[in-house]
Design a binder for this molecule. Structure first.
Ligand SMILES: CCCCCCCCCCCCCCCC(=O)SCCNC(=O)CCNC(=O)[C@H](O)C(C)(C)COP(=O)(O)OP(=O)(O)OC[C@H]1O[C@@H](n2cnc3c(N)ncnc32)[C@H](O)[C@@H]1OP(=O)(O)O
Length: 194
């Protein structure tokens, strides 16, 4: 049995991703794309507050500290929370392409339990692009950036226009997001033209 579904195998005519010339420099923190994002925003008391940093090419690293609010089994991170950390990390990669994209498919392997207070060290990269489709992969390690693998995921993101959010989101949150005075958040959310 193959590890991933056919939808996560890029077709033969897919191309290598191209880092946008204005992508944040390697080592730079990306910052949250939305204050109330459960994955990266500072406005969610129990959110993950995941911090992602640009890497070389179309790669990044990220860290997430598992807190007591993130438990599933006693003292252990909930699998859905770990999947969120992977989803957020993979989603952040699209900023290096300057594309707005949403997760279409996310396949996750849970390899080791992740205790509360553990720092999950994530690495991720875009592997291929074809039209609106973006394939990417991520790995999360514990005990340090070179520690054993605890989780990994492969994903397919689909590029969307900003109308995807305007048409489907609640008007009050959309209005507030559009009026967000934080320039870097506004940039990650809206300024996506090459
Ligand atoms: C004003 C405020 C702005 C705020 C600005 C914020 C910006 C920054 C937001 C980032 C947020 C990050 C957060 C973390 C990442 C999430 O968690 S994103 C949230 C979770 N994901 C979603 O909610 C997506 C829900 N799904 C959808 O809306 C729609 O199904 C999609 C994904 C947009 C696709 O619909 P569509 O545009 O109609 O595209 P469609 O023609 O169906 O498919 C296009 C292609 O993709 C393929 N495809 C589509 N879905 C799938 C699938 N599930 N599996 C396999 N293939 C698929 C199709 O087969 C098709 O392939 P081709 O035929 O072209 O080869």
């Amino acid at each position: 049995m193959s590890r991933t579904s056919a939808a996560l195998e890029p077709p033969a005519d897919a191309v290598r991703p191209v880092r946008h010339p204005d992508a944040p420099a390697p080592g730079e923190l990306l910052g949250a794309h939305y204050e109330h994002c459960f994955g990266c925003g500072g406005g969610q008391p129990h959110g993950l507050r995941l911090e992602a940093r640009a890497g070389e090419g179309v790669t990044l690293t990220a860290e997430f500290t598992v807190r007591p609010a993130h438990q599933g089994a006693p003292g252990l991170a909930h699998g859905g929370v770990l999947a969120t950390a992977l989803d957020e990390t993979l989603g952040s990669l699209n900023w290096l392409l300057r594309k707005i994209a949403v997760t279409g498919r996310l396949e996750t392997d849970f390899v080791r339990p992740v205790p509360v207070d553990t720092v999950l060290h994530l690495t991720a990269e875009v592997t291929a692009v074809a039209g609106r489709k973006i394939w990417s992969t991520a790995t999360g390690r514990i005990g340090g950036p070179e520690g054993p693998v605890a989780v990994r995921a492969d994903a397919l993101f689909i590029e969307v226009k900003v109308e995807h959010f305007i048409d489907n989101g609640r008007p009050e949150e959309i209005r507030a997001a559009m009026n967000d005075p934080d320039q870097s958040r506004r940039a990650r959310a809206f300024e996506v033209n090459p």
